[in-house]
Design a protein around this ligand. Structure first.
Ligand SMILES: CC(C)(COP(=O)(O)OP(=O)(O)OC[C@H]1O[C@@H](n2cnc3c(N)ncnc32)[C@H](O)[C@@H]1OP(=O)(O)O)[C@@H](O)C(=O)NCCC(=O)NCCS
Length: 166
């Protein structure tokens, strides 16, 4: 932490980095019964979190942690997978990205919540070391609520990190 390179810090709105990714589920994404593999959805979520965080900090990033991932409903071959990623919080070098996934039946148009998770992404400099990120500019009430909830999760994670390093 002490070696973190400092950069001029400025603020950016989560709207500037928000991502919506749409993937049509194909047979290679699924098992023999037509259920899309969880790993396929997780990879798309990681990709969306990666793009949202890179758009925010404009450096390379890595995924440090994923929290609260659970699958609420199945996705089948032919469904659209709609992934929304939004920045909720910035630390010094880390960012929390909330990723929500819905499936859409292409015939009925019905959308079903599938999963959501919180990704911790860390910005890296050209030497692969954590580097400072722009702070988050909160405009709407919703953005402020997301930030406050994220702040509590980050504080819990830091406590767990300290405990596990003892
Ligand atoms: C993530 C990583 C860069 C952190 O490196 P580090 O030397 O521990 O860096 P630091 O201790 O300075 O932590 C940097 C930031 O990451 C956060 N962080 C580190 N590990 C974390 C974890 N397991 N969970 C949540 N946050 C974490 C720290 O709290 C800190 O945040 P802050 O600057 O906003 O306060 C390093 O552990 C790593 O490279 N991990 C592998 C990442 C990877 O390969 N991911 C999969 C492929 S993308």
């Amino acid at each position: 932490m002490s070696n973190v390179k400092t950069r001029p810090r400025y603020s950016k709105s989560p709207k500037e980095s928000k991502v919506i990714l749409i993937h049509e589920s194909l047979p290679e994404d699924a098992n023999a019964q037509g259920n899309v593999h969880g790993g396929v959805v997780m990879k798309l979520m990681d990709a969306a979190a990666g793009v949202a965080s890179r758009r925010h900090c404009r450096t390379n990033v890595v995924t440090a942690r994923v929290d609260s991932l659970e699958f609420l409903s199945p996705v089948y071959i032919g469904d659209l997978i709609i992934i929304k990623a939004i920045l909720t919080y910035t630390g010094r070098t880390s960012m929390e990205i909330k990723v929500k996934v819905e499936s859409e039946n292409m015939i009925s148009g019905k959308r079903t919540p599938t999963t959501s998770a919180f990704f911790t992404m860390v910005a890296l400099d050209e030497n692969g070391k954590p580097t400072e990120v722009p702070t988050v500019l909160l405009n709407s009430e919703n953005e402020k609520q997301l930030y406050e909830a994220a702040k509590m999760r980050v504080s819990e994670r830091k406590k767990r990190l300290i405990r596990s390093s003892r």
